[in-house]
Structure formats: C-alpha cells, structure tokens
Design a protein around this ligand. Structure first.
Ligand SMILES: Nc1nc2c(ncn2[C@@H]2O[C@H](COP(=O)(O)OP(=O)(O)OP(=O)(O)O)[C@@H](O)[C@H]2O)c(=O)[nH]1
Ligand SMILES: [Mg+2]
Length: 360
C-alpha cells in the first residue's frame, strides 16, 4: 500500500516523513520523483505475541510513503504530472500547518489550517472534475454510435458520472458520496483523487503536542471536516525519532509528547482508512503481521501467507491475540475453548492469530 504526503510548501511533509521513518533517512527524491520511505507499522499486539512465542523474527506491516513536492494552489494549481503520479497512491495524507514559527514563511502568509484544507480539497476537486467532464464527453460520442437498445452499460456509467459531476461542482469530494463497491469498480481506471481515502494531519506547535487529541476534536468541530484528522508535532516527533528507544521515552515525557508516537497513531489510522484489518501468525521462526481488506475469507487470507496454503487449505485455528496472551499458549487456549476451528469462508477479524492447517 502506498501513501502520499501532500500539502502546501513548508507544511512539514519532509519532517513528518522523518518522524514516520523513525530515524532512517528516506531515499532522496529527484525533481521528478518524490522521496520515499518504507515504514514499518508499529504494533504492540505483535510485539507481545512475538515475546510469548519467543519468535526469532518479528515482521511488521509495511507501508510505502511518498513525500510529494509541495502543491501550489490558486491560479496556477499543481502540474498535471504531479496529479497523475498522486493517482497511483492508495491514501492521501494532507499535512496542514498549524504550527507558528516566524522563521518559516507560509506560502499563503498566515497560519490558517481550515483555509489550507479547503484550498487543497478544491485543487483535487477541480482535477477530478476535469477527468469526469472529459469522460462524459467521450461517452456521449460513444453512445451516439450505438443503437438505442445497446447502451445499457454506457447509460449506467453516465448516470454515475453525472452524479459525480454534480457533487464536484458543489465542491464535494467524491469520497463523501459513499459509493458502493460496484460503482467504485466502474470508476477504477479513472484515477479520481477525491475518491481516495484522505487523512488530514494537523501539524501543531510543540507546546500543544500533549493535547493534540483535544485540538483535533476542536478543529473537527470548527471546520466541519468529516474525514480523519490526526494532530501531531512533526518537528518534535522527528527529533525524538532519532534517539535510541530508552532516551526517546524519557524525552517524550520531558517534552510533554503523548506516550504513543505520532508514527504509531498515524499509521494505525492509515491502515484503518485503507479498509484493512491486521491478522497475525505467531510461529517460533517468525511472528508476522499481515493485512487484508476487511471481510476477507480465511482461505484468501491464507493466500497472503503463501499460495500453497491457500490451495491446500483444510481449516484454520483462530484465536484473538488477547485471548492467546491470557491463555499463554495455543494448547491452553484450546483447552479453554477460546481457540476456534473455522472453515474456508470464515471472515478473518482484526487482531486474530491464525494457524492454517493445509495439505499440498
Ligand atoms: N516550529 C516548527 N517547525 C516545523 C514543524 N514542522 C516543520 N517545521 C519546520 O518547517 C520547515 C519546513 O518543514 P519541511 O518538513 O521541510 O516542510 P515540507 O512540507 O517538506 O516543505 P516543502 O518540501 O518545501 O514543501 C522546516 O524548517 C521545519 O523544521 C513544527 O511542527 N514546528
Ligand atoms: Mg519537503
């Protein structure tokens, strides 16, 4: 899964990427390619499972995060190739400046997160409107060349496109329409940016880092923003991310930063916005976190681990991570009746530890 950090100049994108990459320098980009870092998603559940089974290795979920060049908004707007490469990402993370620092100029000359969010949304909405209008034009021509009785699919698409156009003209992102899976499939090839899930990061002053959740809630109420918001102090988080673990813990409390790192919170939120659930396999060789779309049946989830396991699937032993920890072992979990045996169609849930019995 790919995440794109977007935002106005100097909103803190690069600083945030450093915080997320926890001290590892991201691969530098070139003028045409954004810098990228592959980031492990911290997960305490997995840490505890790994300790329980004394796993030799722990494998976290990984997300690829791109640090996009800043967006210009207003008259000029972002260049088309920038919008084009954004479209290959699964989640847009809008980094919005809420920090005050006279030594860092703001491209719109004042700190006003609500205005910046609206400006960014509008650029993305205009880009999508262009795509939708061009598609409507092409489809209209196509329909003219078809006999009236043979336009079913085209008419269905046209109805959907008109609905999108109306929403976009009303300055609403397409994601706000709550489209069903069929409609989303139909739109799959169009690279619509406002159809993608979006996470807004409020980059607050270091002094406010300890009450980021309060600021988040207040901001959401004031701005009427309905998408996900995470408040964090990117610079302080990036500085602390450079430190060894024990010092980092000490520094966090000294600086009044929340105990959980901004990286952990943001990445957890990202996984959930992507519609993914996390399940685990806990073997002595490897305690491993896997992600699948919510609603995935056990047999398909098994295929994430290995295609042989999917092919030879017999049944899955399933237990909640907390239940397994409380029981202390798979055998004890079985005795207590908290370990269930499930078949191919069983829907895997977030936090499940799974052992697939298979035969190839
Ligand atoms: N005081 C303060 N400064 C910050 C914070 N986050 C970023 N900065 C500073 O703001 C400046 C710009 O930050 P960057 O992370 O480079 O911003 P950017 O969005 O990557 O900027 P561009 O790539 O130029 O668009 C740097 O000097 C940062 O140190 C913050 O939370 N507080
Ligand atoms: Mg940058």
């Amino acid at each position: 899964m790919n995440l794109a950090l977007i935002g106005l100049a100097s909103s803190g994108k690069t600083t945030l990427l450093k915080a997320l990459a926890a001290g590892h320098l991201p691969h530098a980009g070139s003028p045409n390619e954004p810098a990228v870092a592959v980031v492990k998603v911290p997960d305490e559940r997995l840490d505890k499972l790994a300790a329980l089974v004394q796993a030799k290795k722990t494998t976290y979920l990984e997300l690829r995060i791109y640090d996009f060049p800043s967006f210009s908004v207003g008259k000029k707007g972002p260049p088309p190739q920038l919008l084009g490469s954004l479209a290959t990402n699964d989640l847009l993370v809008h980094v919005v400046r809420a920090f005050h620092d006279d030594s860092v100029p703001h491209p719109l000359e004042s700190v006003d997160p609500a205005r910046d969010i609206a400006a960014m949304d509008l650029e993305l909405i205009l880009a999508d409107l262009g795509i939708v209008e061009r598609r409507i034009e092409r489809l209209t021509t196509e329909m003219r060349s078809l006999p009236a009785g043979a336009r079913g699919a085209q008419e269905r698409e046209m109805t959907l496109l008109r609905r999108l156009k109306a929403a976009l003209e009303d300055e609403k992102p397409i994601r706000s329409l709550g489209l069903g899976a069929d409609d989303k499939t139909l739109l799959g090839g169009f690279n619509l940016l406002t159809l993608k899930p979006m996470l807004t990061v409020l980059n607050v002053d270091e002094a406010d880092a300890g009450r980021a959740d309060e600021l988040e809630a207040r901001f959401r109420a004031q701005s009427g923003l309905d998408s996900a918001v995470v408040g964090l102090a990117a610079k302080a988080e990036a500085d602390v991310a450079e430190l060894p673990l024990e010092e980092a813990v000490e520094f966090r409390s000294e600086l009044g930063l929340p105990e959980e790192t901004a990286a952990a919170r943001l990445l957890r939120e990202a996984v959930s916005l992507l519609g993914l659930i996390t399940f685990f396999t806990a073997g002595q060789q490897d305690a491993h976190a896997w992600s699948v779309p919510a609603g995935t049946p056990a047999v398909t989830a098994a295929g994430r681990i290995h295609s042989d396991i999917e092919r030879g699937f017999i049944r899955a032993e399933v237990v909640g991570w907390q239940e397994l920890l409380t029981a202390g072992s798979h055998a004890e979990a079985k005795k207590r009746g908290v370990l269930r045996v499930e078949g191919k169609t069983y829907e895997v849930k977030d936090g499940h530890v799974i052992n697939v019995l298979f035969n190839v």
